[in-house]
Every structure is written in C-alpha cells, then in structure tokens.
Design a binder for this molecule. Structure first.
Ligand code: 9D3
Length: 236
C-alpha cells in the first residue's frame, strides 16, 4: 500500500507511522507513507498557505495554488491510477468497503488534510478529488481522519497483521456483517461475575452458536441499521 498525505502538520504522523500495526507494515516494506508538507508550497517569504475568506466570516481558507502544487508533487510519486481524496465533513462517509479499496489500490492514493474553514473551492474544481468524511462530527482538521483511514487500510494489507488476528473476523467485515460478540479471559469467576458457561464447555459448535446469538442481539440493540440489509453468509 502506498499513500501520500498532504498536510500542514507532517510531524504529527511520525510517531504513529513507526509504532503499532502500521509501524510493522512500514518496517516490513509492505506500507509506504509519504508525507508532503503543504507549508513548503506556501507563497512568499512567509510560505503563506491561507487567507481570509471572500464574503467575510470567521477563520481562514487554504489557498488554491499551494494545495494544487502539493497534491501534484504527491501524485508524482505514484502511478497513473493514483486516487486523490480530500478529507472534509462534506465527504462520503468512510467505511470498511472503502478501506478495502484503498488497501488494494494499485497505484496508491493521496489524502489531502484540510485545516481552518476549508480549501478554496477552485482547487477542488481543478483536482476533482473524491471527498471522504469520518462521520457527522466536527474535527479541527483532516489529520486525525487521515490517521484513522491509513490505519483502517494498512491493517488489511496482507502480512501487516500477525497471524494471531485476521481482518476477516472484525465487525463490519466479519462473515455475518454483525457487530462482534463479547470476549472473556481468566479468571472464570471475577468479583462475583462469571464467564458464560457456554464458553467453558470446550464444545466448539456450542461456542460458535452462542457467539453468533450474542452478535445478533448486540447488533439489533446497538446498530439496527446494520441489520437492514441481508445478513451475509460465509459464502458471500
Ligand atoms: C466549525 C467549522 N465548520 C463551520 C460550519 C466547518 C468545518 C470546517 C473544517 C468543520 C470541520 C472542519 C475540519 N474537519 C475536517 O477537516 C474533517 C472532518 C470532520 O470535521 N468530521 C468528520 N470527518 C472529517 S474528515 C476531515
């Protein structure tokens, strides 16, 4: 997986890229993340990247020219089929299907992190990027969204996760499309709370049936929207 991130805060990404699952993928050469500092494409002695909005209002707007130049520099490191995404509250909601697409994208992808009130609309007209949102809440910039998206995609790259866990078992992409079942570890009895006896039997069929029933009940209670579609079977 090859991603480039256009951002005013490249240093924010460094510790994340060298630790945890993502760090493993980077060290193993399975994941490449190029950081492109928007500031380097700023205008004048002060490397200005933003200015006040025409029409008035609070905050600042990112200048079109530095954004375009940074994205073009980022895209130059990729093949011709590179995809470009601007992260913004106006985007299509990011989901697991999107993570799978990004993990498999042949020529990689560029994520553009917005800041302030947004990006001059003409930069978007010229770039014609896809737009992605993490959901209906307000962040102060696109950087945390980029980290979430990179994390979700990189862990799907074959070899990035250890053998201990498989992405196939996760909620949203598990074999049934349900939320996860509850988990327990030792001790079997703790503060008067007992592990469900079904899990202590060693009967694998009974355990699987209990887990599926729990997953269905939780999904119905917490995320009924996930049940709207047909429940997926193992064959899908
Ligand atoms: C308070 C400013 N808002 C005025 C109506 C607009 C606004 C501008 C810029 C709100 C958020 C942002 C910065 N957000 C992102 O860059 C962002 C984001 C988000 O805020 N929510 C969910 N997903 C994303 S992806 C990028």
């Amino acid at each position: 997986m090859h991603a480039s991130i256009v951002t005013l805060f490249p240093e924010l990404f460094e510790p994340f890229l060298h630790q945890t699952v993502l760090g493993r993928g980077v060290e193993a050469g399975l994941v490449q993340i190029d950081l492109v500092a928007l500031r380097e494409f700023g205008e004048g002695r002060h490397r200005q990247v933003d200015d006040r909005p025409f029409g008035g209002g609070p905050g600042m707007v990112l200048l079109a020219e530095p954004v375009i130049q940074a994205v073009e520099a980022a895209r130059a490191g990729h093949g011709p089929a590179v995809r470009t995404f601007v992260l913004s509250p106006q985007g299509r909601p990011f989901d697991q299907a999107c993570a799978e697409e990004l993990a498999a994208a042949e020529d990689g992808f560029v994520l553009v992190c917005g800041r302030y009130e947004g990006i001059d609309e003409r930069a978007l007209e010229v770039l014609q990027p896809e737009e992605l949102s993490l959901g209906d809440f307000v962040l102060s910039g696109g950087e945390t969204a980029a980290l979430a998206i990179i994390d979700a995609a990189a862990r799907l790259v074959p070899g990035v996760l250890g053998h201990a866990r498989s992405p196939k078992e996760d909620s949203f992409s598990n074999e049934h499309g349900l939320l996860d079942h509850p988990h327990y570890t030792r001790p079997a009895s703790w503060r008067g709370l007992d592990v469900p006896e079904e899990l202590l039997t060693g009967n694998h069929a009974a355990i699987a049936a209990w887990r599926l029933a729990q997953a269905r009940a939780r999904t119905a209670a917490r995320r009924p929207d996930l049940l709207d579609g047909p429940e997926r079977s193992k064959e899908d």
